[in-house]
Design a protein around this ligand. Structure first.
Ligand code: ZN
Length: 484
């Protein structure tokens, strides 16, 4: 650039002070918190064209003015583990402060169909992994239909795959990654027929494609063989062997009483340079479908619990042996809650610095509605076991960092900085909290005054703006060509 044009630019800049600009939206007077830079100060935030354009102490002009005095302004929360992708769940997520909700644990049966179905109809940003269990069902000739949580127990979950079936699974996963999947989702406990070698081959595929594996590990409990420790060691081993990045999902419910030991295994892997991360949800009960392979014979011995640890959502019915056997053998995928953890253990896991927050959200469990505000209420405000900044980090920056090596679009998320995506929430730190319970799991959270998704105001002074669908697919992703 010539000296002349530099001078011209300087003159122009002097003639047009920043304050003369009119932003699309201005959030004024809030306590702005950014977990990456550590900013924690009263600032005005100007948003234009879906981006955070200005963060300043100076007054800003905007076409839409949102008064954030007394509110905490933070990056929108990113949920890496959101099964329910229906409209009602999207609404609950928005009231919980979630601006991006991704189905990464299990994935969906058909990525193209999923992305097409959500386009223009989603309140929050969305995305999915390529589903190993769905690819496996396809290879066994019993394709799954959406929405599915997990495949019913049968040959496609319990039998070993032939060489030909393994090739079908791999081809399908490649095609699903080409279609826009953000990683590989593996629920190994739901496909116990997958051999150790099959798992390693899936990790190898993920490493070639430079995408992470999200996995529900093979087993839980303390009984050997098949303990939580063994199951976590299996996937850390597969990550070490192949070089794949790994997210171990819900370390709370996969490791139960041995969660601190599992966290030490993950910390050890990280200290040796492996890219292994983990997440948890803040409830003692898990939830899954009762006809899945998770409840094949031996589950009570593994967990040291009886049939009464199972509870049906909504009715609250606790199961007996007879009732369980009937439901487990039925073709219907009845959801069931499993009480096998203690709240004390969950609280220990949530406070651990390694652990990011993810909901495992499904209809019928309060975690679908209340996970994120429960962190702000229970752990920040009531117990003081997390600082507000640490809680925000676990729910925004950490999931963005998990994604962004393979998904460049995530670099604009999880931060409250100039240039970042305008996924912004503003909440009242004194009243924010969950209201969903096991008895009433669909109660929306309270305290989110403003929720902005991609520069569009979705929740305005605590009320949902109707007929607005600002959610976009996370991506597109630049995948390198698979190596031969
Ligand atoms: Zn799971």
């Amino acid at each position: 650039m010539s000296l002349q044009s530099l001078l011209l630019l300087a003159l122009l800049a002097a003639a047009m002070p920043a304050s003369s600009e009119t932003y699309d939206i201005v959030l004024s007077g809030g306590r702005v918190m950014d977990p990456e830079t550590g900013m924690d100060a009263i600032r005005n935030v100007g948003i234009t064209n879906g981006r955070i354009a200005k963060i300043t102490t100076e007054a800003l002009q905007g076409r839409q003015l949102l008064d954030a005095h007394g509110l905490v302004v933070a990056p929108g929360f990113i949920d890496l583990h959101q099964h329910a992708q229906d409209a009602a769940s999207g609404r609950l997520k928005a009231f919980d402060g979630v601006t991006t909700g991704l189905e990464m644990e299990i994935g969906v049966p058909d990525v193209t169909e999923f992305l097409h179905r959500k386009q223009g109809r989603s309140l929050i940003h969305y995305g999915t992994t390529a589903s190993h269990p769905a690819a496996r069902a396809l290879a066994f000739g019993t394709p799954l239909k959406d929405p599915f949580l997990v495949a019913p127990s049968g040959p496609s979950t319990n039998d070993a795959a032939s060489d030909e079936q393994l090739r079908v699974i791999e081809n399908r996963l490649h095609a699903e990654l080409d279609a826009g999947a953000l990683g590989i989702g593996m629920g190994i406990q739901y496909t116990p027929g997958a051999t150790r070698l099959e798992v390693i081959r899936m990790f190898r595929l993920a490493a070639e494609r430079r995408v992470p594996v999200f996995t529900h590990v093979r087993s839980f409990g303390r009984l050997e063989p098949g303990s939580s420790i063994e199951a976590v060691s299996e996937v850390i081993g597969a990550a070490a062997i192949t070089g794949a990045s790994l997210q171990i999902v819900h370390v709370n419910s996969s490791c139960l009483a041995d969660a601190p030991i599992c966290l030490s295994l993950i910390a050890g892997a990280r200290a040796r340079g492996l890219d292994v991360t983990t997440e948890a949800y803040p409830y003692e009960a898990g939830m899954t479908t009762i006809n899945s392979a998770l409840f094949d014979p031996g589950w009570r011995e593994k967990l040291g619990v009886d049939y009464g640890a199972l509870q049906l959502p909504d009715t609250g019915e606790r199961l007996t042996k007879e009732r369980f056997e009937k439901l487990h053998a039925a073709p219907e995928a009845v959801p069931v809650m499993l009480f096998a953890n203690t709240q004390q253990m969950v609280d220990t896991v949530i406070a651990a610095p390694l652990v990011m927050i993810a909901s495992d959200g499904e209809d019928g469990h309060p975690r679908n509605a209340g996970t994120f505000t429960r962190i702000l209420k229970r752990y920040v405000r009531e117990r003081g076991s997390l600082t507000l900044m640490d809680a925000i980090r676990k729910m925004s920056l950490m999931p963005a960092l998990r994604l962004e090596r393979s998904t460049p679009a995530a670099r604009g998320k999880g931060r409250l900085q100039e240039g970042a995506d305008a996924d912004v929430i503003a909440f009242d730190p004194q009243s924010v909290g969950d209201r969903a319970t096991y008895q009433a799991p669909r109660e929306p959270s309270v305290g989110m005054k403003f929720v902005i998704v991609g520069g569009a105001v979705l929740i305005d002074r605590g009320a949902l703006v109707p007929d607005r669908f600002p959610g976009r697919a996370i991506g597109p992703i630049q995948h390198p060509a698979p190596s031969p």
